[in-house]
Design a protein around this ligand. Sequence first.
Ligand SMILES: C[S@@+](CC[C@H](N)C(=O)[O-])C[C@H]1O[C@@H](n2cnc3c(N)ncnc32)[C@H](O)[C@@H]1O
Length: 185
Amino acid sequence: MIQEHRAKWKRLPTLDELAIKHQTDKSHLHTYTSTVYPQFLDQARYFPVSLLEIGVLHGASLRMWDEYFIHPGAKLFAWDINPECEQGIPSRFTFQEVECLNEGQVKAAARKLPNLDVVVDDGAHSVLTAKANFEALWDKLNSGGLYIIEDVKFGRHSKIAAVIFAKKTRSEVHIYGEVIVVRKI
Ligand SMILES: C[S@@+](CC[C@H](N)C(=O)[O-])C[C@H]1O[C@@H](n2cnc3c(N)ncnc32)[C@H](O)[C@@H]1O
């Protein structure tokens, strides 16, 4: 039975194939979907995960996640400062308009979410927003869940900041160039 399922799974497109198909920069500008994410996410794609991505732009990564997380019970959420981003996103996604520089808005939006298995912060890429998002969302993350901060461009302090954030509670921190993956224990 398990063998049959595995054979079926193998025919599914990989995360990187989906990233290329939908043209998110997670593949073409960075290499997250080929190098970092599969090891953390490939098992989860068959389960009813709840995922939040912060930062929508044209919805490319949302279309990738929509096709990648095949379980019909998956719960998918997206935040962006720009309300126009809601147009054309996959119907499984619930969109929230959030200005991540506004801590009050971030906290209020977080309160409306269920507990989460995966958070991907691909929004403003600043220390301030990364920290506000992390503070508001960490308690929402299930044990074993992943908190990912992409495109960490805020200099030398970024890695230190991430470790400090993560030390608030028990967690594993993995840093791969410009992406930080924190697993809640
Ligand atoms: C890099 S793009 C997201 C790309 C998308 N995740 C993908 O891979 O296709 C960043 C997005 O973050 C949003 N953003 C920028 N600053 C923000 C802020 N302060 N609060 C919320 N969203 C913000 C932008 O509107 C933009 O849509």
